[in-house]
Design a protein around this ligand. Sequence first.
Ligand SMILES: Nc1ncnc2c1ncn2[C@@H]1O[C@H](COP(=O)(O)OP(=O)(O)OP(=O)(O)O)[C@@H](O)[C@H]1O
Ligand SMILES: [Mg+2]
Length: 271
Amino acid sequence: MTGYSRAHTHMPDTLSSLRVEHLAVSFGRQEVLHDISLGPLPAGTTTALLGPNGSGKSTLLRALAGLLPARGAIWLGEHGLDRMASRERARFCAYLPQTLPPTVAMEVLEAVMVARQAGGARVDTATALAESLALLDRLGIGELALRQMNALSGGQRQLVGLAQALVRRPQVLLLDEPLSALDLHHQVAVMDFVQGETRRRGLVTVIVLHDLNVALQHADHAVVLCEGRLLGEGPSLAIVTPDMLRKAYDVRARIEQCSRGRPCVIVDGIV
Ligand SMILES: Nc1ncnc2c1ncn2[C@@H]1O[C@H](COP(=O)(O)OP(=O)(O)OP(=O)(O)O)[C@@H](O)[C@H]1O
Ligand SMILES: [Mg+2]
């Protein structure tokens, strides 16, 4: 189940796809990711990273972001990401962790501006201010701009974290369960926004998700991990199948079409 068709042929050739070759990660003597080869994930596409708890999704995302020592190779077009110094790599990749770190007393707007100017990005304060405000507005949280970071709700904090990742204008956007604290409205808004930005700017976006219906409706591609190994990758509809759901999650499930013809996962029980 490998190989992708180029979903967005209008993308200029200068935009790069992401490839992973024989990636492995160990903690001490314990290898938790085994020989993962993925892609190419083309620029402009959103990939859902799926799999049960403990299957290695966060570990893979952190390895892609360069936050963990890993064996193997990671290519963004011709750039060997795994060979870059962390500062250079951070210019290419933005990462939103599953658990957001504690924050200091700082206004939301300031925190997003700091993210915009991180890693030596050459941007003046007026531009950083305008871009940060515009992004907060587009994420529907403009009214939080002058609030203190350490006085936000969990979902608000997650939306600001997403703004901090997006404002850096990465080529690779790595989001670990970005919807976990969000209400229904914000889940849809964030997925629409991320998929739209990914297409518009030609990003390679990888999002860890547990909601398979979100994956089916908002991700072009899916990658499934199970026990640290790759179980499948390809177009979401070809990957999210009753057989895969049984193998990965030990559930009995169907993929049915809703009255509007959209695919939808229905779980009948556990195996
Ligand atoms: N720092 C660490 N030291 C040792 N083992 C770790 C460490 N981090 C993760 N692991 C182990 O690696 C495996 C994969 O963990 P990972 O966090 O990548 O899973 P996940 O797929 O993101 O799960 P979840 O859906 O629960 O977030 C698990 O068995 C976990 O216990
Ligand atoms: Mg995780």
